[in-house]
Design a protein around this ligand. Structure first.
Ligand code: SAM
Ligand code: SF4
Length: 456
């Protein structure tokens, strides 16, 4: 702690020499967990004495907090980093940094050293608390300061700048032990480690007491929460504990791995007062052969058993999923399995990805059995089918009353946009004062991606 204070004071004395108010800009890319980390980077920089700005042009520190999951997203970040060179030329005081799981990749760091010398800071995912000392090294003249570490948990006392007053993300666990053959996450975010339940409960309680209406519990695999903790606790038990906190709020969570989804999880959700009746349960593919090659450790039948279990108890229970199209071994027949699966499950929402080979993963060494044209065509067919399915299945809500959290106003239609307890987007006419509130709504219409309704 004394060391942290010393570093903070040293940075502040550097900032005192600036001819203007020092400003910092943090931009996050990728998954919700990355955005959540981004709020902590902002907190640290604000604590060091920076004003936060949305404009990179006026910043003295720019941090890109980037995701390593897909190559295409990484290339975009590299392109945007390149564009910062012009800003650096105008402001010699500017320090540019790359952080997040993309910074953990050896080849990314090698590229930065070779072609982007104005990027001075590289901070790996999980090395957030090292930002002050890394920044100080740069202010003291180091050409390239890096900190990589993903073994532990972020310090519980790290400050956070929350983007919203009524929605908050709360990580419950970090890392992943699953080693799906296509995925880089275990290599760049390390093994699973869970936060203490007391720390999570205190954070959630504090948020609810300060008026937060939606808590999003986050982790690469939330339902394996608890592995390695001294006092045994599983994810449903954590949910039950949080659900006891008094107040008017919703708990959502993601992602859940199908191999760890249990009837206990569904029962806990259905018996709760605050937990959404929606599960994001990424299936990735509807073929057992491909699931095996992906090392997902469940079959299509086992997956469907969990869906049936939930829908028997609540026919309106909502599911969403991630799907990868074009895994190297995927044939047309495997893909037809995916098409069949989405018809059987009737997801409300799908996050679809074309397979992206990641260096160091097992799948990156596999030969493609389909062409890129075939894969692109499969993606098109998948999206078309999903549109039909959700438009039809959303009709189950017509005429019903649902609860939604109003999140914002759609700038085009002027309608309020929110998300229901079942995880569906809903639009309805309403006042600005409704934003950030939990509202009861009658569903009067259905689109392929959303419901529409009237406030009750
Ligand atoms: N842990 C979660 C799970 O297993 O369901 C998902 C976390 S992962 C960061 C988010 C999604 O990215 C995955 O569900 C998968 O669909 C997608 N993804 C991961 N690696 C990918 C790759 N190499 N190419 C395309 N999509 C990928
Ligand atoms: Fe990646 Fe699989 Fe871990 Fe999800 S469970 S983060 S897809 S390795």
């Amino acid at each position: 702690m004394a060391e942290q204070n010393r570093i903070r004071e040293q940075i502040r004395s550097v900032l005192d020499t600036f001819p203007h108010t020092p400003r910092a800009h943090v931009q996050s890319f990728g998954c919700q967990l990355n955005f959540c980390d981004g709020e902590k980077y902002k907190g640290i920089l604000q604590d060091l004495g920076f004003l936060l700005t949305d404009e990179p042009e006026e910043a003295d520190v720019i941090l890109f907090n980037a995701c390593a999951v897909r190559a295409h997203a990484e290339s975009r970040v590299i392109g945007r980093l390149g564009a910062l060179k012009a800003i650096k030329e105008k402001n010699p005081l500017l320090v540019v940094g790359l952080c997040g799981c993309m910074a953990e990749e050896d080849e990314v760091r090698a590229l930065l050293r070779k072609s982007y010398p104005f990027v001075k800071i590289v901070l790996g995912a999980g090395a957030m608390e090292k930002l002050p000392e890394t920044l100080l090294k740069v202010y003291e003249g180091e050409k390239f300061a890096e900190s990589l570490k993903f073994a532990g948990l972020p310090d519980e006392s790290l400050p956070t700048v929350r983007t919203s007053s009524f929605q908050a993300s709360v990580p419950v666990m970090y890392g992943c032990n699953n080693f799906c053959t296509y995925c880089i996450v275990p290599y760049v975010r390390g093994r699973e480690r869970s936060r203490q339940p007391e720390a999570i409960e205190n954070e959630v309680r504090g948020l609810i007491e300060s008026g937060c209406k939606e808590i999003l519990l986050l982790g690469q695999n939330v339902n394996s929460y608890g592995v390695g903790l001294e006092t045994p606790i599983n994810f449903p038990a954590l949910l039950r504990r949080l659900d006891q906190i008094e107040g008017d709020y919703i708990i959502r969570f993601m992602s859940s791995h199908p191999k760890d989804a249990t009837p206990e999880l569904i029962d806990t959700m259905l018996a709760s007062r605050h937990i959404e009746h929606h599960l994001h349960l990424p299936v990735q593919c509807g073929s057992d052969t491909v699931l095996k090659a992906m090392n997902r450790r469940y079959t299509v039948e086992k997956y469907l058993t969990m869906i049936d279990y939930a829908r028997r108890k609540d026919p309106d229970f909502g599911f969403s999923s991630d799907l990868i199209v074009g895994f190297p071994t995927e044939t047309e027949e495997d893909f037809l399995g995916t098409m069949d699966l989405i018809s059987r499950v009737k997801y409300d929402n799908l996050y679809t990805f074309i397979y992206s080979p990641r260096t160091g993963t097992l799948a990156a060494k596999m030969e493609f059995v389909s062409t890129q044209e075939e894969i692109a065509d499969r993606m098109r067919r998948l999206l078309e089918k999903q549109r039909e399915i959700s438009e039809e299945f959303n009709k189950r809500f017509l005429g019903k009353n649902v609860r939604m959290l109003a999140e914002k106003r759609d700038p085009e239609t002027g309608l309020l946009l929110g998300k229901t307890l079942e995880g569906l987007v809903l639009e309805a006419p309403g006042e600005d004062a409704h934003i950030g509130k939990l509202l009861d709504v009658r569903v009067t219409g259905v689109k392929n991606w959303a419901l529409s309704g009237e406030l009750l």
